[in-house]
Design a protein around this ligand. Structure first.
Ligand code: ADP
Ligand code: MG
Length: 266
């Protein structure tokens, strides 16, 4: 191939935003001639490289924007360690039909049983399906909304959480909310109701959500909207984080049971 032809190909690729083909076409053309590929084989390979790289880049950018605290996939979840997690239910959720139907998923369970891991894993699947996802801890979101309210920009802040087809709100229940904070959470839940999916995680079973919010009326109103179209995965098991420590005798049985008390008493 002449220098001029190479320049023309690069220019054409750039005009069409075919950045990967710009990089790989010479190498692939050499391989094609060595391996006797047909013209169509060659064309297919070129296009496949471009599409695969675009997909990888899109997933990478969306994953960075999602703000996950760590990256874990469903394949990395050891179902045999946590038999209370119904594999079929998770498989059903992994079809992402719940997002299409604007339904919610709630993972309940004591610390370390895989609630955040499963929420992130479903979030990654949603990203791979081309959707935008945002992950936040409840308290960070409420802090952000409260700040927005002080600055008279609560509407914009709400909209920024509303625009994601999947919003993951982690760690409901570790800290309780005051009246103003609970009202902001209620507003968010109401705005997303039947409009977008949420995955929520909590260390408290629903019977104890009254301890998180300032009164039973707002607790009931929040639960009513969250649970109307929803799937609850109640994980009753031991902490994966502590399993090795427990085996080594560093954490007593009492602490492990105490961590799960409120959920398991459901
Ligand atoms: P929590 O229920 O408190 O949100 P996490 O989901 O953050 O707990 O899990 C704690 C750690 O243990 C994470 O690193 C997670 O990947 C890992 N983990 C939890 N359960 C499992 C499991 N069943 N298989 C593999 N890793 C697990
Ligand atoms: Mg967690």
């Amino acid at each position: 191939m002449s220098q001029l032809q190479e320049e023309r190909i690069r220019k054409l690729c750039q005009d069409l935003d075919l950045f990967t083909i710009t990089e790989v076409h010479i190498h692939l053309a050499e391989e094609a001639s060595k391996e006797n590929w047909t013209y169509l084989d060659f064309l297919e390979k070129l296009l496949d490289e471009e599409v695969s790289e675009k997909f990888r880049r899109r997933v990478k950018v969306k994953t960075q924007m999602a703000g996950f605290p760590y990256i874990k996939t469903l394949a990395q979840f050891d179902f045999s360690f946590q038999p209370s997690v119904d594999k079929r239910k998770i498989k059903e959720l992994s079809t992402l039909k719940f997002i299409e139907e604007k339904e919610n998923v709630i993972f309940l369970g004591p610390p370390g049983v895989g609630k955040t891991h499963l929420a992130i894993a479903l979030g990654i699947l949603a990203i791979e399906a081309g959707l935008s996802v945002y992950f936040t801890k409840l308290h960070n979101m409420i802090y952000n909304l409260t700040q927005g309210k002080k600055e008279g920009r609560v509407k914009q802040k709400m909209a920024s959480y509303r625009r994601f087809p999947l919003l993951i709100v982690d760690e409901i229940g570790y800290l309780s909310l005051n009246r103003e904070e609970a009202a902001l959470f209620f507003q968010l839940v109401s705005e997303r109701y039947e409009k977008g999916s949420m995955i929520l995680t909590s260390n408290r079973s629903y019977g104890f959500w009254g301890d998180i919010f300032p009164d039973n009326i707002i607790t009931a109103a929040i639960l009513d909207r969250i649970l109307h179209h929803s799937t609850t995965i109640n994980i009753k098991g031991e902490s994966y984080r502590l399993k090795d420590k427990k085996r080594a005798g560093l954490v007593s049985e009492k602490i492990l049971l105490g961590a799960g008390k409120k959920v398991e008493s459901e």
